[in-house]
Design a protein around this ligand. Structure first.
Ligand code: B12
Ligand code: SF4
Ligand code: SF4
Length: 374
């Protein structure tokens, strides 16, 4: 085991700007693998097929990179104070991890450099991942000493950054000195379980993704289950509630990396504008942003749901216009939103559209909205 090389690698990682760095072996993580298998067997991954595909491999890093012996695990803190939303706007909320530059880009540049350094220092294998591989990033990071699991399933770090930290790793065949796994505990606290808007933390350490606003706004394509829509508040991309309420995040250091500074046009989007954003404006606004993962259709759908939850009559004209949209998902969610805003124009227009709408799913949404309004 090369102690001097381990120290050099850690120093290099810190020099690249990583806030946390730890080392663990590439040994399997059988307990975590079992939990992952149970989670997938219960269907809690929803429609995230890639998670299901990755599950059998996830607990064994050597399946992902044959010959791996050690893992260099890094963390990058991303929290910035959010700017105040423009007054009087119908604003949606974007979770803090996605208000600046796409973290994949920011992490990848640094990880590429770190992998290069390992190769220079004799590694035959130096493969990096940021959220992209069939790996259990948090379990690996826990074993490398970066932090411990909160009941909200977040990795809570031990260095004053709380859980607002991205994780990445380099798998290597170098034989490095592993760190001690991190300990830590929530004790009797259960604030995040009680405060999650959708009840997605179904037990300590278990998030049912199918109920999680992060999944519903980012990963889920198509229709959002109707019973969950009223619980989604005004989040249009991700959700921070179970982190914002956590006492371990009360004193985190903010504003460390300029790349994650909230972009003015991104942090609190005007919902009416987002509902009707065209392809060119979408491409322009979300260039180099993680928000693109939700796709334009998903963001417009989310904007409709958020407007339905704001219940502000000023949104009615924009929602009425969305009933003529070419996208049935947008039409259907706009109809639902109109049903939430008791307004004479909403009722009249929905009745009128029912005679014209040919898509059965959208018709059902209009009928449901009218029932709510009658
Ligand atoms: C799929 C996924 C999601 C899904 C599912 C989330 C989930 N909780 O599983 C959805 C879309 C909902 C999601 C949401 C978010 N995600 Co996400 N996501 C992932 C991804 C790609 C895989 C996670 C996975 O495999 N889950 C499977 C389940 C079984 O694992 P788990 O929930 O972590 O469960 C473990 C523990 O709970 C533990 N456990 C279970 N029981 C017990 C009991 C005890 C006593 C103990 C100690 C542990 C324990 O064992 C399990 C296995 O290790 C990872 C990247 C990666 N490759 O790892 C990012 C990742 C987890 N996500 C991340 C982020 C930032 C988020 C969001 C904060 C984004 C946002 N603001 O909207 C939210 C947080 C929601 C939440 N509370 O988890 C970061 C987390 C960083 C951190 N500090 O923890 C990761 C690591 C990405 C990265 N590389 O930075 N995500
Ligand atoms: S991200 Fe939001 S919806 Fe998901 S578990 Fe946390 S509080 Fe609940
Ligand atoms: S809010 Fe409480 S229970 Fe939830 S992760 Fe933080 S300390 Fe743990």
């Amino acid at each position: 085991m090369d102690h001097a090389l381990t120290l050099d690698i850690k120093a290099h990682a810190r020099g690249l700007g990583f806030d946390l760095v730890g080392i663990t072996t590439a040994d399997p993580l059988p307990e975590d693998g079992q939990r992952m298998a149970q989670w997938v067997a219960a269907g809690m991954h929803g429609e995230m097929d890639y998670v299901e595909r990755h599950a059998p491999k996830a607990a064994n890093p050597a399946y992902t990179a044959a010959g791996a012996r050690s893992i260099v695990v890094v963390g990058l803190a991303y929290r910035w104070d959010a700017p105040a939303p423009p007054p009087d706007n119908l604003s949606g909320r974007i979770s803090s991890y996605a208000r600046g530059t796409d973290y994949h880009e920011v992490m990848e540049h640094r990880l590429q450099d770190l992998a290069g350094f390992l190769s220079e220092r004799g590694a035959g294998l130096a493969r990096y991942y940021v959220d992209t591989g069939p790996l259990l990033d948090r379990a690996i990071a826990q074993r490398a000493g970066l932090g411990w699991f909160g009941k909200n399933t977040m990795l809570i770090t031990k260095t004053g950054h709380g859980s607002y930290v991205f994780l990445g790793e380099v798998l290597t065949d170098l034989d490095l000195q592993p760190d001690e796994p991190a300990g830590g505990s929530c004790g009797r606290c259960r604030i995040c379980l009680d405060q999650c808007p959708t009840g997605a933390i179904v037990a300590p350490f278990v998030v049912d993704a199918r109920r999680c606003i992060s999944y519903l706004t980012i990963e889920l394509r198509g229709w959002i289950p109707r019973e969950l829509r009223p619980l989604m508040q005004t989040w249009v991309f991700g959700c921070d509630v179970c982190q914002d309420v956590c006492p371990h995040n009360a004193l985190v250091r903010e504003g460390i990396h300029q790349e994650f500074a909230p972009r003015k046009d991104v942090a609190f989007p005007d919902l009416v504008e987002l509902l009707h954003i065209d392809e060119a404006a979408y491409q322009e606004r979300f260039r180099h942003s993680a928000i693109k993962r939700a796709k334009r259709q998903g963001l417009r759908r989310n904007a409709a749901v958020a407007l339905g939850n704001l219940r502000d009559p000023r949104a009615v004209p924009a929602l009425v216009r969305a009933l003529d949209d070419e996208d049935s998902i947008v039409r259907g969610h706009a109809a639902w939103a109109l049903g939430r805003i008791a307004h004479p124009q909403a009722r009249a227009t929905l009745r009128d559209r029912l005679t014209q709408e040919s898509d059965p799913r959208v018709r059902e949404e209009i009928e449901f909205a009218l029932t709510g309004l009658s």
